[in-house]
Design a protein around this ligand. Sequence first.
Ligand code: FEO
Length: 172
Amino acid sequence: MLEKKIAALLNEQVNKEFYSAYLYMDFANYYADAGLDGFAHWYEVQAQEERDHALMFRRYLLDNGVRVTFGAVEKPDSTFENAMEPLKAGLEHERYVTSLISVIYAAAYEAKDFKTMQFLDWFVKEQGEEEKAADDLIKKMKLFGGDPKGLYLLNQELQARVYAPSTTGPAM
Ligand code: FEO
């Protein structure tokens, strides 16, 4: 049995993860329009992972007897001036998601809900990896993005990202 407050926070996180997917598809829209199909592809894969995160939270709630409710997904309001801006917005967003996971973790800790803490452990690790991936993209863009040939090669590198459902994460 999950505490009401914990269940509510986890249910909110379902929405936040779907929003992350929506946001990253919005980034992909921007890059597709700009002709950077590799960048677009990278964010399409990222969006699939975020959808998976949403499903993991949903599954955990269902498996614990909680009636899941879906809220409206917020509209991404991003307008970008250049190809660097989505990357920076992506890092900022991942830091925000990390803060949300921390809030749920802290609530679970306070409630001595060790099961939920254990469930969240994977997300804590995942957030560390996602923040690093977002930061790495910014670094690469700074190094190579200013030169058309460099940008072309970086676009090709990002095109190679392959979506694979997590084999280590919670069930969906
Ligand atoms: Fe599901 Fe990128 O946090």
